[in-house]
Design a protein around this ligand. Structure first.
Ligand SMILES: NC(=O)c1ccc[n+]([C@@H]2O[C@H](COP(=O)([O-])OP(=O)(O)OC[C@H]3O[C@@H](n4cnc5c(N)ncnc54)[C@H](OP(=O)(O)O)[C@@H]3O)[C@@H](O)[C@H]2O)c1
Length: 262
């Protein structure tokens, strides 16, 4: 099936690892031009080197911290200059903060709320004029099931995620008049850089597969395992596709069936 992505331009923040990296590769495979960013430019270049070998003319990688409005404006301006426009934006860059309320300082709250909101608002603000000119503009905000099902071990992240889910719904309504669709993917446990770091920090704990299966069992994941970045990338790619032209304001869970809400 032709998803209609070929020749279009997509921005994916956080493309050097995990979900962002898988998504960049998938969009390039679909014939799209893709721009991605991360803070560590050396790692970004190394992790996208294989794509650059075959599709250098359709890939742009730049250093950018999405917390910074100025950085993000420069990044988006460079994308528009290189590819002539922007059809889609995936706000993916980020990480979570494992702390219960008693250990969460005001600084943690500020940091977490700033990251979660800035990582959506800065790229969208910078790309808005370009998205308005596209005939099939789509935004996907990468969120977490935590947005609707808070966990005490991630108290600030859960609250920030809920706020961003609420924001996404409002953006979908307001930007519909401009022909811009806005959707969210709410993730459960996905095998990515974040979880590999937690596995290493846990000390000698057997294989990652055994360790992650135990975490999945502890969290009650019906499919009994972590998801993969490619499984998430498929869902995001389908939401970006012009074929999903009547889907906006929605949020799709990618969590192996985990969920207390119906
Ligand atoms: N994996 C999960 O289980 C899970 C669950 C729920 C939600 N999520 C969300 O899914 C998204 C992708 O995470 P992942 O699991 O794929 O993590 P990951 O493997 O750690 O990748 C995160 C990516 O984002 C970049 N990044 C982080 N902070 C950034 C910043 N301020 N500015 C620009 N780039 C930044 C990282 O590169 P640099 O460090 O070089 O900047 C990296 O490329 C995140 O928003 C995460 O919170 C993941």
């Amino acid at each position: 099936m032709d998803l209609g992505l070929s020749g279009r331009t997509y921005v994916v923040t956080g493309g050097s690892s995990g979900i962002g990296k898988a998504l960049v590769a998938m969009l390039v495979d679909e014939g799209a031009c893709v721009a991605t960013c991360a803070r560590n430019v050396d790692r970004l270049a190394a992790e996208t080197a294989r794509i650059a070998e075959t599709a250098a003319d359709r890939l742009l990688t730049l250093g950018c911290d999405v917390r910074s409005g100025e950085d993000t404006e420069e990044f988006i301006a460079a994308v528009a200059e290189r590819f002539g426009g922007i059809d889609g934006l995936v706000s993916n860059a980020g990480e979570s903060r494992m702390k219960p309320f008693a250990d969460t300082t005001w600084e943690d709250w500020h940091d977490e709320l700033e990251l979660k909101f800035a990582s959506v608002l800065n790229p969208l603000t910078a790309a808005l004029a370009h998205l308005r000119r596209s005939d099939a503009a789509a935004v996907v905000n990468v969120n977490a099931i935590l947005a609707r099902q808070p966990e005490t071990r991630l108290v600030a992240t859960s609250a920030a995620r809920a706020g961003v889910l609420n924001l996404s719904k409002n953006l979908a309504t307001e930007l519909a008049a401009d022909g811009i669709r806005v959707n969210s993917v709410c993730l459960g446990l996905i095998d990515s850089g974040q979880w590999r770091r937690r596995y290493e920090a846990a000390g000698p704990a057997g294989s990652f597969e055994a360790w992650s299966a135990a975490v999945a069992a502890d969290r009650g994941v019906p499919l009994g395992r972590f998801g993969t970045p490619i499984e998430v990338a498929y869902v995001i790619t389908s939401l970006l596709s012009p074929l999903a032209s009547f889907v906006t304001g929605s949020s799709l869970d990618v969590g192996g069936g985990v969920g207390r809400c119906v």
